[in-house]
Design a protein around this ligand. Structure first.
Ligand code: C2E
Ligand code: MG
Ligand code: MG
Ligand code: MG
Length: 280
């Protein structure tokens, strides 16, 4: 069934095709098979603070036979529309916690943190808090090293419930990041009520900040807003030294992007840590 399209290209990865019910059903079948075949893996994109790698964002990849690494844009929304995001997301969480537990045992890596993307459907599950606590407890990962990335839409849908869930996990040390900030319908009054630790400036504002004055002022404003609320502000999608300079001028010292490193397999990420370590 998973091989309905034959070996080679999976045509239904096309987002337009995902709107089609039978194409989506075929992709769901393929995701299920991919999970059974252990085809999913975590990539790690370094995050830096003042030039030091302090951790990584975990980004899911699908090692799909002939198609190489398939990126989440091509399957996350289908996984989200079905319930497949639940086992998949939980798997990501467990893998990330396992890695944190391993790093915690070595002096060089003990302070590294991981940011894990949480989908709306995952967050809205009744037992979401319990699932995170189970992942931490069963792996022995230090909760203070785990950050969960959420988007505005899921937080604003039911603010009181979101605050309650976040607060429960925050008591254990888990941090929360507001991902893709600036692209949703941010409500400033809610922003200050939410127990967040970080705002992540969406990559679309960072991309053109050197050439587009509007984007440059948006970035400066978001950094100012975040800092004044006592939050860390992280820039995503940083690709140039100019962007790093501008961000620093604005007071944003934490960032991730191709300029320091692409999302990469664990081995490469750890190699990068060792190289940086030696260079410093
Ligand atoms: P996101 O969380 O906003 O992740 C940032 C995306 O920007 C990643 O795309 C990353 O590869 C890309 N990126 C990072 N730095 C740069 C840069 O300098 N330039 C450019 N052009 N791109 C950069 P990716 O890995 O394809 O992930 C896309 C989205 O899929 C993520 O957006 C996130 O919303 C979702 N996602 C990824 N992994 C997971 C997961 O485990 N669970 C869930 N629920 N969603 C995930
Ligand atoms: Mg993210
Ligand atoms: Mg993001
Ligand atoms: Mg984004």
């Amino acid at each position: 069934q998973a091989k309905q399209t034959g070996p080679g290209k999976l045509r239904f990865f096309d987002p337009a095709m995902q709107a089609n019910a039978s194409a989506r059903a075929a992709l769901e079948e393929d995701i299920r098979a991919g999970m059974a075949l252990d085809q999913f893996m975590l990539f790690f994109q370094p995050q830096v603070c003042d030039g030091r790698i302090t951790g990584a964002e975990v980004l899911l990849r699908w090692r799909h036979g002939d198609d190489g690494f398939v990126s989440p844009d091509q399957f996350i929304s289908t996984a989200e529309q079905s319930n497949l995001i639940l086992p998949l997301g939980n798997w990501v969480l467990h893998q990330a916690c396992k890695q944190l537990a391993i790093w915690a045992q070595h002096e060089d890596t003990a302070t590294l943190s991981l940011s894990v993307n949480v989908s709306p459907r995952q967050f809205k599950q009744d037992n979401f808090v319990q699932q995170v606590l189970t992942a931490l407890a069963s792996t022995g990962a230090p909760a203070q090293r785990l950050k969960l990335e959420l988007t505005e839409s899921v937080l604003l849908e039911n603010v009181d419930q979101a605050i309650m869930r976040m607060s429960q996990l925050k008591e254990y040390g888990v941090g929360f990041s507001l991902d893709d900030f600036g692209t949703g319908y941010s409500s400033l009054s809610y922003l200050q009520r939410l127990p967040l630790c970080q705002l992540k400036i969406d990559r679309s504002f960072v991309r053109d900040l050197s050439s587009n004055p509007n984007d440059a002022s948006i970035v400066r404003t978001i950094v100012g807003l975040g800092l004044s609320l006592g939050l860390e502000v992280v820039a995503e999608g940083v690709e140039t030294a100019l962007q790093v300079d501008y961000l620093r001028q604005c007071g944003c010292h934490i960032w991730q992007g191709y300029f320091i490193g692409k999302p990469q397999p664990l081995g490469e990420f750890e190699q990068m840590l060792r190289n940086k370590h030696r260079a410093m």
